[in-house]
Design a protein around this ligand. Sequence first.
Ligand SMILES: [Zn+2]
Length: 236
Amino acid sequence: MARQIVTGAPSKGNEQCSHNRALHKLYTRQVASPKRYFRDHEDRDEVKRRAEEDFLNLYLEHGGTQRFKTLKCLFHDDGSPSASIYRGRFHCFGCGISLDVFEFIQRVRGEDFKGALAFLAARYGVQLTSGSLTDAERRDYARRRAVAEQEAREIVAWKESMLAALCDARDAYFHAYHRALRYILRHGLDAPMGNLAAEVVDLYEPHYQDMDGRIKVVSRAKFNEMLPFFRSQRAA
Ligand SMILES: [Zn+2]
């Protein structure tokens, strides 16, 4: 009889306290700000795309000089040109500066981000949509937010019920395993039910250990990882 009796209490997922915080994070990222939600910076992206294509001209118009492929750095006393524009960034190997096109314009024109954006938007004729939300947008946002909050409550309940079911199954296996083991220890394998008890022990031990593993996986799962599964389950 080389078996060990497990005396610890059956495990209950005890990592649930961080759920609500994680969930809050997940949903605030999606629906925190109506402006961020509706105005997804398409205009800003368009300005950036155009400015990146135009980066060399912007550089030359703001005091830059080009020698073959290398550029004179505007941000340190650059005797031998040591800068370049590459993949949308101005890099200097002399002073180590590295700027995206917005940052570059801010630096060379002495503007803040808004000023640089306005300058570039005007240059490319891009309309910036920075106005306030329409009533329709406001209503749509409120509706989406309510849906997201409802889903948040549902996914918390879903996870908890899944954990509860796993814990119940785990406890059932665990107790059956222990009852059989106690029987063998008390009465020996030669007792009338000895063989049956030994089979129960062999059968249920891997089951409750398997459940322990699942409980761990589910209780540690992050909500953003569970969300696609949760939605597919609900849709089914
Ligand atoms: Zn430099």
